[in-house]
Design a protein around this ligand. Structure first.
Ligand SMILES: Nc1nc2c(ncn2[C@@H]2O[C@H](COP(=O)(O)OP(=O)(O)OP(=O)(O)O)[C@@H](O)[C@H]2O)c(=O)[nH]1
Ligand SMILES: [Mg+2]
Length: 75
């Protein structure tokens, strides 16, 4: 079996956890607004008939860059 590591990085509130949960459990949309500290998940998938164990680290968004609490810029 192959092993791969994936890290979810980016500003706070952009949807890193939501997309991670959706990948782990395909039909589920995660509506939590809790900022992540750090979570890890594992999933086995098949790529070209090879089993791959994917290790996903869902990181905390950078402080002071929460997109869900900032007003949109006026242009
Ligand atoms: N409508 C909509 N809301 C989304 C989408 N992705 C994420 N959200 C919402 O945006 C909010 C923040 O999403 P998270 O997945 O917690 O964001 P995050 O990047 O993990 O944030 P931190 O853990 O704080 O870094 C949550 O309320 C989600 O439900 C999307 O594609 N559409
Ligand atoms: Mg998160």
């Amino acid at each position: 079996m192959e092993h791969r590591k994936v890290a979810m990085v980016g500003p706070g509130g952009v949807g890193k956890s939501a997309i991670t949960i959706q990948f782990i459990n395909l039909s589920h949309f995660f509506n939590a607004i809790d900022p992540t500290i750090e979570d890890s998940f594992q999933k086995r998938i098949k790529v070209d008939d090879i089993l791959v164990n994917v290790d996903i680290t869902d990181t905390a968004g950078e402080e002071g860059t929460r997109y869900d609490s900032k007003p949109l810029p006026v242009v």
